[in-house]
Design a protein around this ligand. Structure first.
Ligand SMILES: [Zn+2]
Length: 235
């Protein structure tokens, strides 16, 4: 018998004609790569069960040879999933949170909070309101960045902590929203917004929420040192 865990899929890659290497995030094992032998052929076992929008119960066995991947031997959809229709916005937002987790996490370093952030995202993202969806992805990213110890300032200046009515400058390197007084002279990591974000109107304004999501996604890219594929779909 193998090891069992709740898990979600971060990414998957084909390996040979019919197999996959799937990167999972497991509640108790962290980020791991598992070999899924003959995934295309073993339809009963794996078909429709290797999608990145679900929480699963998985079972895997340790590799016999050093340096080989552990193998997935069982996968079942977790009862906590919601089954809903295709939603292109949800797909983009999900890609952003998954890519963020992928770029920051180190293999085999479990943190139950990471698992729970994705679970929160997945259980709450399916709503009709676009504003609400964007708020869910922003909240999920913020919680994750907080876990990493790099949560950006949004409604207050990162430096003087003054509450701001409008966000005009967003410093990717030094901590997020910044007022014109505290703004560093070195502009290289500062995004200057053409249209300011009004913090009082933000909650119900889809356009402004989209801009804020883009800023936070850019912040994730900056601090991971990597460009995300998913972020280009935001603009
Ligand atoms: Zn300030």
């Amino acid at each position: 018998m193998g090891e069992k865990s709740e898990a979600f899929i971060i990414s998957k890659e084909e390996s040979g004609d019919s197999s996959f290497v799937v990167t999972f995030y497991c509640k108790f094992h962290g980020k791991i790569d598992l070999f899924v032998k003959s995934a295309r052929i073993s339809k009963k076992r794996f078909q429709g069960k290797l999608e990145n929008g679900n929480i699963y119960n998985i079972e895997f066995v340790k590799a016999k040879k050093v340096g080989s991947l552990d193998s997935l031997i069982g996968i079942q959809i977790h009862e906590d999933n919601k089954f809903v229709e295709f939603d292109s916005d949800v797909n983009i937002y999900r890609s952003i949170i998954l890519e963020t987790i992928d770029k920051f996490e180190i293999d085999n370093q479990p943190n139950e909070n990471v698992f729970n952030i994705f679970k929160y995202f997945n259980l709450n993202i399916y709503t009709k309101s676009k504003a609400k969806k964007i708020k869910i992805i922003i909240k999920s990213l913020n919680q994750y960045l907080k876990l990493l110890g790099i949560q950006p300032a949004i409604k207050r200046c990162y430096k003087c902590k003054k509450e701001m009515v409008n966000i005009k400058f967003f410093d990717l390197k030094n901590g997020g929203s910044v007022c014109s007084r505290c703004k560093s002279k070195d502009n290289s990591s500062i995004i200057v917004l053409k249209k300011m974000i009004n913090n009082k109107k933000l909650a119900n304004d889809v356009n402004q929420l989209e801009i804020l999501l883009l800023l936070i996604s850019r912040f994730c890219e900056y601090h991971s040192g990597k460009i995300f594929n998913s972020v280009k779909y935001l603009v």
